[in-house]
Design a protein around this ligand. Structure first.
Ligand code: NAD
Ligand code: UDP
Length: 350
């Protein structure tokens, strides 16, 4: 067992976590997954092991369960943590805010307590571009103020604050093993593993653009509503920075490596944007989808969706400079891989 390289992946059975497990295993890490399977299936982890031809260790544990989580740390020689576990539906977070604060914020507090007790203090956290809230600037740099606009976003902003406080406490009371934390602010992850074996498997009707487009193209849903055609953008539809999920998880490997370098020798908590650095409109997504798949995407224009911003995208320069990371895949890759996953798995993991 190579205990120097054992990574605990919380939420590892989920969409992004399962792709992270593939990259970690392929990079030679030992992987331990903790997931309560609230929004995922064990089948995803079976496939991760098939793709990589390597085993991983799985615990069906809720991160809020202190005793069970501590037991995992006692049994496994964990050296760092990638923390994906959380709830992520913006609409549901507005209806059930306490569910989100309890799961995401309290769950992270328990995780951090258990990590501190086990003296495991390297963490890569799944944050989101949603923490930038509303900003006059459309290209986001990490130094912009934080100001989330919905309960889900506020859970991410609160967790970021908590992690910065934890790191700042090390400066007040120096520790031999200070916290080393990377806050990765994702833009819009889409796509799937190129094998077509793992991908995004949303429950019920998708909220996000890409899974919705895919289900329209395959005939599961009748028509896409394009939310807004009167935004101040080149074609009037919303602009986002889409990033291939495999590029995204490669950013996590770079981050976990960076935490072990001289730069983080004295500890620290640092945010990095993970995005392509360019915007793409809803109509461009539809056009690329039709070109790559040869399928028609039926759509009609609908009113703007409440809470949506017209346009934003990442400035990913810091991740390139400090992590040596940048996206490699194109929008065409994202669409082709999403489509392969959808065609091969019309019912997702069911
Ligand atoms: P996902 O729902 O597919 O994965 C999350 C996983 O966490 C699921 O497997 C779920 O069962 C598990 N989980 C949830 N609560 C848990 C708990 N209390 N204990 C143990 N396991 C728990 O979501 P995803 O798209 O893979 O997102 C992963 C992370 O990235 C989330 O924190 C999400 O907020 C963040 N993120 C996602 C996006 C996106 O567009 N997908 C964008 C920005 C940030
Ligand atoms: N969108 C849309 N129809 C849908 C879902 C999304 O037109 O059914 C638009 C949405 O208004 C935004 C973009 O697609 O401009 C990306 O939305 P998504 O929900 O995927 O991600 P968000 O950026 O909101 O987190």
């Amino acid at each position: 067992m190579n205990s120097a390289k054992s990574v605990l992946v919380t939420g590892g059975a989920g969409y992004i976590g399962s792709h992270a497990c593939v990259e970690l295993l392929q990079a030679g890490y030992r992987v331990v997954v903790v997931d309560n399977l609230e929004n995922s299936k064990f089948e995803a982890l079976k496939r991760v092991q098939e793709i990589t031809d390597k085993p991983l260790t799985f615990y069906q544990v809720d991160i809020r369960d202190h005793a069970s989580l501590a037991d995992v740390f006692a049994k496994e020689a964990i050296t760092s943590v990638m923390h994906f576990a959380g709830l992520k539906a913006v609409g549901e977070s507005c209806e059930l805010p306490l569910k989100y604060y309890h799961n995401n914020v309290y769950g992270t507090i328990v995780l951090l307590q258990v990590m501190a007790e086990a003296n495991v203090k390297q963490l890569v956290f799944s944050s989101s571009a949603t923490v930038y809230g509303t900003n006059p600037q459309v290209q986001y740099t990490e130094d912009l103020p934080i100001g989330a606009v919905n309960p889900y976003g506020r859970t991410k902003a609160m967790i970021e604050d908590m992690l910065r406080d934890l790191s700042a406490a090390d400066a007040i009371k120096p520790s031999q093993s200070p916290w080393k934390i990377a806050l990765l602010r994702y833009f819009n992850p889409i796509g799937a593993h190129e094998s077509g074996r793992i991908g995004e498997d949303p429950n019920g009707i998708p909220n996000n653009l890409m899974p919705y487009v895919t289900q329209v193209a395959i005939g599961k849903l009748a028509q896409l509503s394009v939310f807004g055609d009167d935004y101040p953008t080149p074609d009037g539809t919303g602009v986002r920075d889409y990033i291939h999920v495999v590029d995204l998880v490669k950013g996590h490997i770079k981050a976990i490596q960076a935490l072990q370098t001289e730069k983080f020798a004295a500890g620290g908590c640092k945010a990095y944007n993970l995005g392509a650095g360019k915007g793409c409109s809803v109509l461009e997504i539809i056009g690329t989808f039709e070109k790559i798949t040869g399928r028609k995407v039926n759509y009609s224009f609908a009113p703007r969706r409440a809470g949506d911003l017209p346009e934003y995208y990442a400035n990913p320069a810091l991740a390139l400079q400090e992590l040596g990371w940048q996206v490699e895949k194109t929008l065409e890759d994202m669409v082709a891989d999403t489509w392969l996953w959808q065609v091969n798995n019309p019912q997702g993991y069911n």
